[in-house]
Design a protein around this ligand. Structure first.
Ligand code: ADE
Length: 229
């Protein structure tokens, strides 16, 4: 999969060079290209923002650098890419969306800063690919970079071959709409706290039943909204 990221803080994405995603890049499973939005400006100050029409606080990202950046990263694209703009005003990013996006050949992420990007950019981007505005959650970050890091990790680890043991993806939180069951390792007793005896019983059926019950109980307690779905 090819991933293009456009940002005014490209070095934030250096973190994608480590761990499983770093390995996936080295092995060619992931081709991540990070672009500095300021490289698509033409003035001495490499200006990417300006005051909002209609007044109000903060600055808005200018459309021109975005237009050039999007033209550039989609120019030699084989097929229509999905163009993601992280935004607190977007649709909620979920495991289901991560799974959908993990099957694409080419993703483009445009990281907004300040009060946002000139709205016409989203309309223009729809001529170049399938646009999605995605929110990490109901809170506001300073910009899209941290959200894109989270999305790239959630999507990248679902690409076949990125996570060594694919079975470890199956029993995770949100894969079956429930939270994950609790995990324990040795020793069986630690600082007066014992591992639930059923896990030491060797009875696989009983273990599976117990884990399912734990999943339901935790989900009911912590995330009742998931059960309603
Ligand atoms: N940019 C700022 N806040 C965000 C959020 N909650 N999700 C995605 N992108 C954002």
């Amino acid at each position: 999969m090819r991933i293009d990221v456009v940002s005014i803080f490209p070095t934030i994405f250096d973190a994608l060079e480590v761990s499983l995603l770093g390995k996936a890049r080295q092995s060619g499973l992931l081709d991540v290209r990070v672009h500095d939005l300021r490289d698509y400006t033409h003035d001495r100050h490499r200006t990417v923002d300006d005051t909002p029409y209609g007044g109000g606080a903060g600055m808005v990202m200018k459309p021109a650098p975005w237009g050039e950046a999007l033209d550039d990263v989609t120019r030699d694209a084989a097929a229509s890419p999905v163009i993601v703009f992280p935004s607190p005003a977007g649709e909620r990013f979920t495991q289901k969306i991560a799974r959908e996006l993990s099957t694409e050949d080419h993703l483009v992420f445009g990281c907004g800063r300040y009060e946002g990007i000139d709205e016409r950019v989203f309309d223009y981007a729809a001529d170049l690919g399938r646009v999605r505005l995605l929110s990490l959650g109901d809170y506001v970050l300073n910009g899209g970079e941290v959200a894109v890091m989270a999305m790239v990790e959630a999507i990248g680890r679902l690409i076949p071959g990125v996570v060594g043991n694919p079975e470890s993806l199956v029993e995770e939180s949100h894969e079956d709409g429930l939270l994950e069951y609790p995990s324990f390792t040795k020793p069986a007793s630690w600082r007066g706290r014992d591992v639930p005896p059923v896990l030491l019983s060797g009875n696989h059926g009983a273990v599976a039943t117990w884990r399912r019950e734990q999943q339901l109980e935790r989900t009911r307690e912590r995330r009742p909204d998931l059960l309603a779905d």
